[in-house]
Design a protein around this ligand. Structure first.
Ligand SMILES: Cc1cc2nc3c(=O)[nH]c(=O)nc-3n(C[C@H](O)[C@H](O)[C@H](O)COP(=O)(O)OP(=O)(O)OC[C@H]3O[C@@H](n4cnc5c(N)ncnc54)[C@H](O)[C@@H]3O)c2cc1C
Length: 387
């Protein structure tokens, strides 16, 4: 068994940003998780980021994306979208430059045990820590709505986070349900990967192909670093306005670089439609019907239906620990340091969205979260250290 002041669970952008902060300040922490796992295993190869180089991870501004490109890929133009592959390389480079050590394992069980927490890893190791920061990101929150899955034969659909190897769909007919950036990007990549054809069905009008403007989000997130209570103190209607504005920025627009890639005869758009039924044919194909009466025969159905936070879906949390965390609409309620109602237990990233605003579902929130959580953790270490 090893003992640490702080255990960070999750080695994605949020876990790494916090580790960089703590590392520099000599805080006693341990980072457990599979580095960049979500980006490598649940985002499609060839994907381009919507975010830009301003969204780097190092809260002390040393290991920036701009510096990474200048040193590693000097021919990269700042105006180009950043490829997923470059971003993964950037995160590896940043880990190496900052000397962040990672235990490449999973926490299989986390329980509250005075004066802190006890984590069991999948290799049998046990870690005792006074504080735990959960930064397990998106993977447990993939959302496949029942109103869709109830209509599709078992085993014949996948969420887009599990449909990232496009070669699997070569020569296959695919129906994608969802009509936002991720659905359109998956359609482009499926087509380029050799799918026979791709249908997109979505309930709304076709979104505009226009560049999203995140500059206002960057300002808000920077402001939160010094005024962490700002979002939580807004009247509910104003919070809702901000949620809508971010949603609209991300969801009512699809990046312009996708336009030519999906405006193709073998990518067929079905706006203002929903799935009515999907039945298995004797030849193994799926006969699907949409609300406008169209019948599409396909081999696969992919759900680009996003993510929904519900912390009871984190499979490694003990029941008694969960019962000590105050929750609203699936989100933990957090104080100004991202600490839950269970002292010493912090939630980072997407799960912080209820208390700090929806901005933390994107890496734009990494540095602000790292400095707020990091500062609080460093203060608790000073408080608990003898002498
Ligand atoms: C299709 C798509 C496109 C996106 N595009 C962008 C974009 O352009 N720009 C942007 O900023 N954001 C984008 N995002 C959002 C981005 O993916 C998230 O903001 C980011 O990955 C969240 O980082 P994270 O550190 O919270 O967790 P993740 O990246 O989800 O990583 C989770 C970490 O937790 C670890 N973990 C999980 N379970 C355990 C366990 N039991 N024990 C230990 N470790 C565990 C994993 O191994 C991993 O290391 C996109 C998301 C999707 C789905």
């Amino acid at each position: 068994m090893t003992t640490h002041q702080t255990l960070i669970v999750g080695a994605g952008p949020f876990g790494l940003g916090l580790a960089a902060y703590l590392n520099r300040r000599g805080h006693d922490y341990c980072l457990v998780g599979k580095p960049l796992e979500f980006w490598e295993k649940h985002m499609p190869a060839g994907m381009l980021l919507r975010s830009n180089a301003n969204w780097y991870l190092d809260p002390d501004h040393q290991w920036t994306i701009e510096r990474f490109f200048a040193e590693q890929h000097p021919n990269h133009r700042a105006s180009q979208p950043i490829a997923r592959e470059h971003y993964i390389e950037y995160m590896r480079w940043m880990m190496q430059q900052s000397g962040i050590p990672v235990l490449n394992h999973y926490v299989s069980h986390l329980a509250h045990q005075e004066p802190g927490f006890r984590a069991q890893l999948d290799n049998g190791q046990t870690i005792q820590a006074r504080n735990v920061v959960l930064a397990t990101g998106f993977q447990y929150f993939a959302h496949s709505p029942n109103y869709l899955t109830d209509k599709i034969p078992a085993g014949r659909y996948a969420h887009t986070c599990d449909a990232v190897r496009m070669e699997v769909y070569r020569n296959r007919r695919v129906l994608l349900i969802g009509g936002r950036q991720s659905a359109f990007e998956s359609a482009a990549l499926l087509r380029e990967g050799g799918a026979a054809h791709v249908h997109l069905s979505y309930r709304h009008d076709t979104p505009a192909f226009a560049e999203a403007d995140w500059s206002w989000v960057e300002k808000i997130v920077a402001h939160l670093a010094t005024h962490p209570g700002w979002f939580g103190e807004l009247p509910a209607a104003e919070q809702a306005d901000y949620r809508y504005r971010l949603w609209a920025e991300g969801r009512l627009k699809v990046e312009p670089w996708l336009k030519g890639r999906v405006t193709q005869p073998d990518v067929i758009l079905h706006p203002r439609t929903e799935l009515v039924s999907a039945t298995l044919q004797p030849d193994g194909a799926l006969r699907t019907t949409l609300t406008n009466g169209e019948v599409l025969v396909v081999d696969d159905i992919l759900l680009a239906t996003g993510y929904q936070v519900d912390i009871t879906r984190l499979p490694f949390l003990s029941l008694s620990l969960l019962q000590m965390v105050r929750v609203e609409q699936g989100f933990p309620l957090l104080d100004l340091n991202f600490q839950s109602s269970l002292p010493g237990l912090y939630f980072n990233s997407l799960a912080a969205g209820h208390s700090f605003g929806p901005f933390f579902g994107f890496t734009v929130g990494v540095r602000t979260a790292a400095s707020l959580i990091g500062r609080a953790l460093c203060e608790t270490q000073q408080t608990h250290e003898p002498g």
